[in-house]
Structure formats: C-alpha cells, structure tokens
Write a protein that binds this ligand. Sequence first.
Ligand code: PLP
Ligand code: COI
Length: 336
Amino acid sequence: MELDWKNLGFGYMKTDYNIRSYYRDGAWTTPVMASDETVNLHMAATGLHYGQEAFEGLKAFRGADGKVRIFRPEENAKRLRSSAAYLRMAEPPVELFIEMVREVVKANERFIPPYGTGASLYIRPVLFGSGPQVGVKPAAEYLLIIFVTPVGPYYKEGFNPIKVIIDRDHDRAAPLGTGHIKAGGNYGASLVSSEEAHRKGYPSVLYLDAREKKYIDESGAANFFAIRGGKYITPSSHSVLPSITNMSLMALAEELGLQVEARPVEAAELGTFEEAGACGTAAVISPIGSVFDPESNHTYVYNNGETGPWCQKLYTKLRAIQHGEEPDTYGWNLML
Ligand code: PLP
Ligand code: COI
C-alpha cells in the first residue's frame, strides 16, 4: 500500500481492524476483531455521563531489520490498570492487553510505516464503562477497544524545538485529583488552555502545580525534563502522568552519564536550565526552545532556541533502540 509515509501528521486514519473485549458478568470476553469504526453504546453508559473512561498510547516501529517492535506494552497495560482502579472500572489483565495489542498490530501490518520514514504505528487502547447507570456509581459492564493508526510527528516542528507558554489561568489536574492517571477528563480539561496557547502561537502549554503555582507539572500531553550541570531533572508530582518515555529516558540518561533527579521542580529554576524538553509517546522528545512566562513577560531561551546536545543524544539513543539499530539491553521491545 502506498501512503505518503513521510508527510503523515498526528491524526486518525482508518485502518483495517480494531479489537474489542467486554467485561461482563465478572469476566473479560474473548477479544474479537472488528472492521467497524463505530460502537453501539447504551445511552446511559457511565463512560458518557460520569467520566468512567481512560486510554493509553503506545507505538509499533518497523526496524532497520524489517522486524516490528512494540515499545514497552507491559508498562501501558500496568498504567491502564492503575487508571481503571482509580476510576473504579474493571482492570484488564496485563496478558489480555498485550495479546490484544499484538493481534491488532498484526492484523493491520500493512499500515506499519516503512523504516526510515520517521513515521510509526500509533496504538490507542480505550477503556470505558459501557453499562448503564443513572446514579453516580461504577458500571457493571466495560469495553476495551484497541485501534491503530499510522502517525508522523505530534508537533509540526518534528524534532525541532517548540515554543511553550506557561498557563496560570487553568489547571489540567487538581493536586489530589486525576493527573497521575490517563483519564480522558484530564484532556477535556486541557482543551481551553491548549487552544488559547495555539492562538497565541505556542504549540504547547507548561502547567504549574494547581495548589501553589510554584512547581512545574507537565508540558501539554508530555512530561517535562531539563538538563543542568550534568543532571537530568524531571518533576515528580502526584498530578503528573508517569510517562513511559520519561521512565525510559531516565534509564538512558543514567547510562549516558547524567545524574537523574526526579523531584519537585520549581518554576523559579526555569532560568537555570541549559536544555529543556517535552517527552511522551506522541511527542517522543520535543526539545523546548523557549518558555514564555506571561506573568513576568519573560522568555527563557534554551540552547539559543536550537536542539541541545543532550536532547539530541537521548533522542538518538531512544530512536535507535525502538528501531532495532542498537541492542535492546533493557528488554523494552516486544517483537511482533
Ligand atoms: N503526560 C501526559 C499528560 C500525557 O498525555 C502523556 C502521553 O501519554 C505523557 C505525559 C507521556 O507519557 P508516555 O511517555 O507514557 O506516552
Ligand atoms: C501520547 O503520547 O500517547 C498521548 O497520549 C498524547 C496525546 C495524543 C493525548
């Protein structure tokens, strides 16, 4: 199949199959492959009314050797279980999740972008309460669907530095709320903020902690990290999503000789960093060229707005592991 692989954006494209399993009567049904893009849903489903919904995002890559690698699906399975537990949804077993990911990628093999195009196959699991409820209570039935779609870069900048703006007028997640899980509601709550940022010419928003506006939380739908004095510094906070990319970069940073500091990071430190970046499955590593603070009207610029050497090294290493160009010493890749 000939797609314009090199010019794919980050969006939905119809593929051949998605895979589904219901949680009913206390058990998960045998996954079924579907070609229908729609879902027949009860109008009183808790996923629609009460936000019993969470999702995941992971990627499959075609390697230099032609083989297909899925990056750390077990971690996404575990995170989905933790999202489900918090939202009082049925938790899909890790083995079921991984098997469904594997099957749906296999069934859509012709949509896995060729090696060297910079594109990948984005895998989107979504879990929600499909059973009816009118009182605010968990549903008795859940649906897990996994679909895939070929994608290019999340930001139109690709691996080039992005401009970020601090938003003090909206919070993505409350201090003891749902920031640590991948609940769809967090993303609904972020739309107003990202729309305003886009209008002002910034592709991403830097969120500060909701309680004091003193600490850095996240950069849009990605974790924040910075480099200073041989250290890889990244915020640890209850309202930050535990990013699998960030977890991987922390291991690579250490291997490359950086000291890793995962701790509360004050916004006051923004002026002290040598490099900054946003990381996530969709964003991969997006170097942050600058952060604009509307309160002080100050712009913090990193590495003259160019991609810094550590962002480059980390990106190169992560990409090489994902594409089978370097040995997978951590055992991160699931071979299809
Ligand atoms: N933070 C938020 C809010 C996200 O939506 C994502 C995307 O999944 C991330 C961080 C990065 O997480 P991961 O690296 O697991 O994709
Ligand atoms: C991801 O990186 O997988 C995300 O979830 C980001 C965004 C598309 C929601």
